[in-house]
Each structure stands twice: as C-alpha cells, then as structure tokens.
Design a protein around this ligand. Structure first.
Ligand code: MG
Length: 233
C-alpha cells in the first residue's frame, strides 16, 4: 500500500461519544413525557436535528439548540422557563464529560506514529473537539487536527490538498461508513471501518460496502495487521 497519511475520526473511534448523546436524549424525553411518549419525542428531536445540520453543523451546541426548539414545538410554546433551563444544563453537562478512550487506541497510535503521518479528521464543535483532544492526552501523536463542518467528498479533497498528498496516499479510519469511509473511497482514498456498538441514526447506511480500498475490522488493534505487519502487535 502507498499510504502516507492516516486520518482518524475522533468520536466513537478514539473515544466514547454517542452514548453520551443517547443518555442526554433519555433525560430530555423524561422532561417532556407529559406531552408525548419517549419514542415520539426522540423522533421529533431527530427531525429537528437533521433539519438544522445545514444551519448549525454537528456537535453539542447544535444539539442543545435542537432540543430547545423541539421542546417548544412539542409543548406548543407552553413550556416553562425552568424546563428550558434544565435542557441547557443537560447540554452543558455533556461539554464537561471526562474523556473515555476506547480500548487499545493509544497503543495503536504509538505503533503507527513514526511510520505514517497521523491526523485527526472530525466533525463537531471546534471548541469542544479541541477540548476533548487536549483532555484525551493523544494530541502529541497528531501532525494535524482537522475539525470539519462536513465529511463529504469535497471536504476530504480539501484536506488531502492541504496535506499535500495524492488521494491513494490517504487512509481514513472511523466508525461511520457514511461519513468516514464512503466519501474517501469515492475520491480514490482508502477507508477502514471499525464499528462502534451504537451509531447515530443519521450515520446509518443500508447497503454493504465492497471496494478494493476498503477493509472492515472488529477492533482498532486489527488495523496493525495491515499497517504494521512486521510488528508484534
Ligand atoms: Mg465517529
């Protein structure tokens, strides 16, 4: 393989993320259960989130705004200020969560560094992702941190140009086939998928991925068998 740069997704690839959103969503549904059953509130919230992506982007701040908007809609604007305050507090709690690194992440980065240029390519809030990276203790492994407003083909093309490499010298590793793998394969790069036990509905795809530059692994450690076949890992 001709790979020079390995880009890692961050949320649910390097550290735990989606379960925190799900936990907050459960609490949010609890605050509004006098109006609708939980599954209906979740569906309303999802609809608001998807509608707001092009305006607010991804991450916790846009999630907070979407929760407030959904709560007002569900309650037909009758919701009391204390509930709005609670929703905002739920969002702020998310921003203060400790970082939970996923198994073997640090060993894998250690084993790859020095052999490849490592970068982070993540969506989400700029400030929040910078804070998480700092708290993770992983920052020093990376040559470059790219916090992207979208992960579509054009966004990856821009990143590859910035890194001054060819598309087939670029490998993206992440938990989302939709945003970490498919657009990278489409522009001629390599994509490794490491599933996380839970995925946001927005990132789901229905079809199987088959491509010569694609690999699916059960754990992040397994990427070493391809990327460092000579190592003991
Ligand atoms: Mg992810």
């Amino acid at each position: 393989m001709s790979i020079k740069v390995i880009a890692f997704d961050a949320d649910d690839t390097l550290w735990v993320n989606e379960p925190f959103f799900q936990e907050t969503e459960r609490k949010f549904c609890g605050l509004l259960e006098d109006y609708l059953p939980h599954h209906s509130i979740s569906a309303e919230l999802y609809q608001t989130q998807v509608q707001n992506i092009s305006l607010y982007g991804y991450g916790v701040k846009s999630f907070i705004l979407s929760m407030v908007e959904t709560a007002l809609r569900i309650s037909e604007n009758t919701l009391g200020v204390p509930v709005i305050e609670k929703i905002i507090a739920l969002g702020k709690e998310m921003l203060e969560k400790p970082i939970e690194l996923l198994d073997d992440v640090e060993q894998v980065l250690q084993s790859l560094s020095g052999h490849y240029r490592l970068v982070v390519a993540t969506k989400g809030d700029l400030l929040d992702q910078e804070r998480k990276l700092r708290k993770s203790g992983l920052e020093h492994y990376f040559h470059h941190i790219e916090i992207m407003s979208e992960k579509k083909e054009a966004d990856y093309q821009k990143l590859i140009k910035h890194l001054d490499i060819e598309a087939d010298e670029f490998l993206m590793i992440g938990n989302s086939l939709k945003s970490d793998v498919l657009p990278v394969l489409a522009i001629g790069g390599h994509g490794f998928h490491i599933p996380f036990h839970t995925t946001w509905a927005y990132e789901h795809i229905e079809h199987r991925v088959e491509h010569q530059n694609f690999r699916d692994f059960a754990t992040i450690r397994e990427v070493l068998t391809h990327l460092r076949p000579d190592s003991q890992a």
